[in-house]
Ligand binder design. Structure first.
Ligand code: PLZ
Length: 451
């Protein structure tokens, strides 16, 4: 690593607010943006970021903002991790593009090997195989495509509260039509949205919720018409909903019995975020296909579709690919991420965050009656915000708390179909000290927002 890289990336891991937020320089850039970028591309907090390291974003006005979102679960290993920057920089100086389907390169194969090592169900004797693409939505698209090819069936089952992307197919798979699919129709067909497991609201056991999901799919789609069931083990955009115990194994069992490909969309929950490399491991399920993206390359675009060989091998040569899929620089970064999960003990770090951040959130919940529940696993945590004494979502309060926190230099994000939750996706390296500071700001923000 060169000295220049180190000095550029090392930023004190402390909150520092020097202007109002957004500050004058950010507001000036924002005005220019409004002239040339359409409003459909929205920014949660329009501070224009110049540099970032681990948990801190430095904006154009010199504010040091604590990032508790990580670009929505992407910089799981922290912004500009030294090892990731070094690996990507080295690759940048070797070769940046050939197109793997023209002339291949080793880093792609290395990423596939790492994924085969970590996906539950994959073994050394019968490793799962991987196709690399660029984004989570592309991973979902290809997962569905591969499942259809394998089964020869059209149907795609998804769950209520699910989120799978913004392409034409995936926006049709999302539970929320607005804003993702609204006005962009016709929407894709043969998609069945079944009730999920949402313990806070449905009060069902895993077995009961699974029975309801399966009954719905058998009645509406018919098992024999379904190519796949696509499930986020912990629903991300839906509000960090952790299903009741036994729910996912029951669905996986039903899929197996009916020849339906069980696809775990680990785009948000995967890559060490929850304390295991893939979150589905904690639910005791061996999926047929696992989708990864976001955190896999420490901030560079990359996505993986990793599945049982007999499923992945069904596609004909030339049937899978894309110009930029598995870009060498992204692959080199991903190899570094896989290595650093071990080197920096990131699975244990996720558990530490679950204890300290989660514990702090539970203390806040005891103090603020609007917090109905603290949930999640590892460093994928959320609070559900309601009108006290009810389970009615309070999206206005969520927005006000986020606004109050932003003014104090903490970047938070809502989640959920009803914006009923505030989610926390910190870097796995966020110190307990910085977590304590975030919790303090959150406490102040709740107090100010409910005053
Ligand atoms: N599957 C489970 O969470 C992306 C959306 C950001 P892409 N979630 C963040 C936004 O507003 O566009 C996501 C996800 C799950 C798939 C996706 C899609 O991943 O990389 O955004 O395409």
């Amino acid at each position: 690593m060169s000295e220049a890289t180190l000095t550029e990336t090392s930023i004190p891991q402390k909150r520092l607010v020097v202007t109002e937020i957004p500050g004058p320089r950010s507001r000036e850039i924002h005005e220019r943006r409004r002239a040339v970028v359409p409003p459909g591309v929205h920014s949660v907090l329009p501070v224009y970021v110049e540099r970032a390291h681990d948990s801190i974003l430095v904006d154009a006005d010199g504010n040091h903002i604590v990032d508790v979102c990580g670009g929505i679960g992407v910089t799981t290993i922290g912004h500009t991790d030294d090892a990731v920057v070094a690996a990507a920089t080295a690759q940048l100086n070797k070769v940046t593009h050939t197109l793997f389907t023209m002339t291949p390169y080793e880093p792609y194969v290395q990423v596939a090997e790492h994924l085969a090592q970590h996906v539950p169900g994959s073994t050394a004797e019968a490793p799962y195989k991987t196709l690399l693409m660029n984004s989570g939505a592309e991973a979902v698209e290809n997962g569905v495509k591969i499942a259809r090819k394998h089964t020869g069936r059209p149907g795609v089952a998804v769950l209520e509260h699910a989120y799978h992307g913004r392409t034409m197919l995936t926006s049709s798979m999302n539970f929320k039509g607005a804003p993702y699919a609204q006005g962009y129709g016709p929407r894709a067909g043969d998609i069945y949205k079944a009730p999920n497991s949402y313990p806070l609201h449905d009060g069902l056991s895993g077995a009961e919720a699974a029975k309801r999901t399966i009954a719905y799919l058998e009645k509406t789609a018919g098992a024999e018409d379904l190519a796949c069931l696509v499930v986020e083990p912990i629903q991300g955009e839906g509000g960090f909903i952790v299903p009741a115990e036994g729910y996912l194994p029951a669905l996986a069992e039903w899929c197996r019995a009916n020849g339906i490909v069980f696809i775990a969309d680990e785009v948000q929950a995967g890559m060490a975020r929850t304390g295991t490399v893939f979150s589905i491991e904690q639910f005791g399920v061996e999926p047929d296909i696992v989708l990864s993206a976001k955190g896999i390359a420490g901030g560079l675009p990359l996505a993986g579709i990793t599945g049982r060989a007999e499923i992945m091998d069904k596609s004909q040569p030339g049937g899978l690919g894309g110009t930029f899929g598995g870009n060498p620089v992204s692959c080199a970064a991903a190899v570094a991420v896989f290595e650093q999960i071990g080197e920096q003990n990131l699975l244990a770090e996720a558990k530490r965050i679950e204890a300290t951040f989660g514990g702090g959130l539970r203390e806040l919940a005891a103090k603020h009656p609007a917090i109905a529940e603290v949930r999640g696993k590892g460093a994928m945590l959320a609070i559900e915000v309601v009108q006290p004494g009810t389970l009615e979502p309070d999206a206005d309060l969520v927005a006000r708390v986020i606004q109050e926190a932003a003014q104090r230099g903490v970047l938070l994000l809502s989640s959920g179909v009803y914006n009923q939750a505030i989610r926390f996706l910190p870097s796995l390296k966020m110190s307990d000290e910085l977590i304590a500071d975030v919790l303090l700001v959150l406490d102040e923000a709740f107090t100010a927002a409910t005053a």
